[in-house]
Design a protein around this ligand. Structure first.
Ligand SMILES: [Fe+2]
Length: 370
């Protein structure tokens, strides 16, 4: 007898029956013996048999109750149970299967039948175990592959963001910070994790269309001619065209397309209004302007966070979605933008419209240029 042989627990209050079964099955298995239900359950607490051959009619705890308890216990529910009993009425046989037994043998039984049925169930159990083991291996492999792909995806998106930003050192980190603020606002709005992730990815890539904007325009201090503004304003469309090629599980290209649209229809490129603009893009718009106002640009200095807060408050319901602004304001303590380490205020260009303060003027320009 070896440890590798399957273990069978024989439960019967009649020693003659136990000896009979031992005699039939000897050689191929190891055995445990219990002469009543309580002892059977106690045996299961210490051992893990592959199969239980269970008598039904026993004093105190009968076989049906033992089987019910085995199947209700998460530690033992996988142990297979075969009833061996003199109760041959169909209703008892049905009950035996109902409470979880895999087989029901009636007495008097034939040796060959018991041997064959036990062997069949042992083989089935082995196959089930092999299948489970295989499933665990496959699940591990899928999990590892998924993690690998997720890391590769994040690195690719990060690389794309960096590629766009590397052309303009003044906006380095802009997209990462926008992604951070936008996902913080989205989480504060209690949006589902999947939607928050879509917003984060859109934030990381929202200005990728600037890859086609001449560097000389991106970081040039001073006024831009109308034609130059128009060129900068093509970046949402360019971003859309680049991103729509990628089969993201979210509408990233469309969100990026809409990130300069404004609630009152004064945004670009399509002048969408209100709910025509995706919620993700409305969130991105607020995060984008907050980050832009509080960061240094070659054509204006970084402005204090109060300017950003005032701006979104004053434009709530006009340029920006009310719900998104409220969410940002209620969480602004937690998602206050951080000034870039190298932020250095520079000369402010004269305002184009004289009634505006330099700060107001800068903010107006941010909506178009950022
Ligand atoms: Fe933009």
């Amino acid at each position: 007898m070896t440890e590798n042989q399957p273990l069978i627990l024989i439960v019967d209050d009649n020693s003659i029956n136990i000896d009979l079964l031992l005699n039939i099955l000897k050689g191929e298995y190891r055995f445990g013996i219990a002469k009543n239900g309580a002892k059977a359950l106690a045996y299961l607490d210490r051992n893990k048999p592959d199969l239980v051959l269970l008598d039904v009619m026993m004093p105190e705890i009968d076989g049906f109750e033992v089987c019910t308890k085995i199947k209700a216990d998460p530690l033992h529910k996988d142990v297979e149970v075969i009833f061996i009993t003199a109760l041959s009425d169909a209703k008892y046989i049905a009950k035996g299967f109902e409470i979880g037994a895999v087989d029901y043998i009636t007495k008097p039984f034939k040796s060959a039948e018991v041997k064959a049925r036990v062997q069949t169930h042992m083989s089935l159990k082995k196959m089930k175990q092999a299948l489970n083991d295989q499933n665990i291996i496959l699940e591990d492999q899928v999990q590892n592959k998924t993690t690998e792909l997720q890391e590769m995806f994040n690195a690719t998106v990060g690389g794309m963001a960096l590629m766009a930003e590397s052309r303009d050192p003044y906006t380095a980190g802009h997209q990462h910070r926008v992604a951070q603020y936008a996902s913080d606002i989205a989480r504060n709005m209690k949006l589902p994790d999947d939607q928050v992730e879509a917003i984060r990815i859109s934030g990381l890539l929202h200005d990728i269309g600037k890859i086609r904007t001449p560097v000389s325009l991106l970081n040039r201090p001073g006024k831009l001619f109308t034609a130059e503004w128009e060129l900068i304003k093509t970046h949402p469309v360019v971003g859309y065209k680049i991103l729509k090629q990628i089969p993201f599980p979210w509408p990233i290209a469309e969100i990026v397309y809409q990130h300069h649209e404004r609630i009152n229809g004064t945004g670009y490129p399509r002048g969408l209004k209100g709910d025509e603009i995706l919620l993700e893009a409305r969130i991105l718009a607020v995060a984008d302007v907050i980050e832009a106002i509080s960061s240094h640009r070659p054509y204006r200095p970084a402005l204090p966070i109060e300017s950003a807060l005032d701006e979104v408050k004053s434009q709530k319901g006009k340029l920006f979605d009310e719900m998104v602004v409220d969410s940002f304001l209620s969480a602004s303590g937690r998602i206050t933008p951080k000034m870039p380490a190298d932020a250095e205020p520079v000369r402010i260009e004269p305002a184009e419209e004289t009634e505006m303060s330099p700060a107001e003027h800068s903010i107006r320009r941010i909506h178009a240029r950022n």
